[in-house]
Design a protein around this ligand. Structure first.
Ligand SMILES: *Cc1c(COP(=O)(O)O)cnc(C)c1O
Length: 353
């Protein structure tokens, strides 16, 4: 039995043997007392890597974004956010439910950005009719798309000039940084994903990163910001039930991932591109060129009714993907070139019947 090629998400990765060894060896303490050396080391490491004063280890990206929005905003405030953004659309409305913070969603442009004119128009005047606009939340990558750095700089400069704070949902920040590092030239510093991650992070007052996506850790995210912001976030994490005890085993996995799994993200991007190339020329498919590790493939009108059958066919051939009209294939450290080639063959086989 060949191994299943699981392209549903980069969250499905298993910790590697070396990561498990690092977890088993991690020194532990009670993190609610601030005593866990592995959690403290991870927080210091990610804060320094991204150029922030402080960081907070949290169980999930959802909780990280919640802590961020509720640390920046008070009850009756609002945050400007994209319609497709995770922290608006995919987190159960947590900021509104738990924080009485109203989202002001706006539509994305085709490259995933929010138009500067739309951001500007969404900022409310100081008037009792309106919620107080306090925060701009961006996401990078968004649906696997890299937001152009000059756009990120312009949007955050605009927000700051209007007195808003800026939060980045950088669940896949290191994928963004890897793609940005690949676009070297123009005398810009390139090559190093950590340097690129810092260039992106510098635009924001807070950044959330996930260790459990492409970085391959089993659990956890970090919220980075000023010491003052992180102190507020710590209170919200407690309230949300996210303060953990001997969490160092999880932090050690995240720390291992930062040391060993960032440089390899370029391979995931190359495999997404390989799959895109292999699916070119199938008349029933519209392949969207991938920028990072997420490949979207739309079914053409004639094939729209066959999405379920295609997913089932792939599953029967040991390939897992998600979608109905718009298929999603996500590469990660448990997928290799042979797996990608098998996935491509299985898709071709379906349409050649
Ligand atoms: C996965 C994801 C999150 C949430 O992470 P969880 O750990 O699943 O809660 C937040 N934002 C983005 C962009 C994500 O992809």
């Amino acid at each position: 039995m060949t191994k299943t090629v699981d392209l549903r998400s980069d969250t499905v990765t298993q910790p590697t043997p070396a990561m498990r060894a690092a977890m088993a060896a991690a020194p532990l303490g009670d993190d609610v007392f601030g005593d866990d050396p592995s959690v403290n080391a991870l927080q210091a490491k990610i804060a320094a890597l991204l150029g922030f004063e402080a960081a907070l280890f949290v169980p999930s990206g959802t909780q990280s974004n919640l802590c961020a929005v509720l640390s920046h905003c008070q009850r009756g405030d609002e945050y400007i956010v994209g319609q497709q953004a995770h922290c608006y659309r995919w987190e159960g409305g947590g900021a509104a439910v738990l924080g009485s913070v109203q989202p002001q969603p706006i539509s994305h442009q085709s490259d995933g950005s929010l138009a500067l004119t739309d951001i500007e128009a969404a900022i409310k005047p100081d008037d009792p009719h309106f919620a107080r606009t306090r925060l701009l939340a961006l996401e990078n990558t968004l649906g696997g798309k890299l937001l152009p750095l000059d756009y990120v700089q312009a949007a955050t400069t605009l927000a700051h000039s209007r007195g808003l704070a800026c939060h980045l949902d950088g669940a896949r920040l290191f994928n963004a940084a890897t793609a940005q590092a690949a676009q070297t030239g123009n005398g810009e510093p390139g090559g190093d994903p950590f340097a690129q991650a810092r260039r992106i992070a510098r635009c924001f007052d807070s950044v959330s990163v996930c260790f459990s996506k492409g970085l391959g850790a089993p659990v956890g995210s970090a919220l980075c910001g000023s010491a003052e912001l992180i102190a507020r976030a710590r209170r919200i994490r407690k309230m949300a039930g996210g303060a953990m005890r001997q969490a160092g085993m999880l932090a050690a996995a995240a720390s291992w991932a930062l040391d060993h799994h960032v440089a390899r993200l370029a391979q995931d991007h190359a495999l997404a591109q390989r799959l895109a190339d292999a699916l070119q020329g199938i008349p029933e498919l519209r392949v969207e060129p991938p920028q990072t590790n997420i490949l979207f493939v739309d079914l053409a009108e004639v094939a729209k009714s066959r999405g379920d059958a295609l997913i089932a066919h792939l599953k029967a051939h040991g390939v897992l993907a998600t979608g109905l009209y718009r298929l999603r294939f996500v590469t990660h450290l448990d997928v290799d070139q042979a797996g990608i080639d098998r996935a491509a063959v299985a898709v071709r086989q379906f349409f050649s019947r």
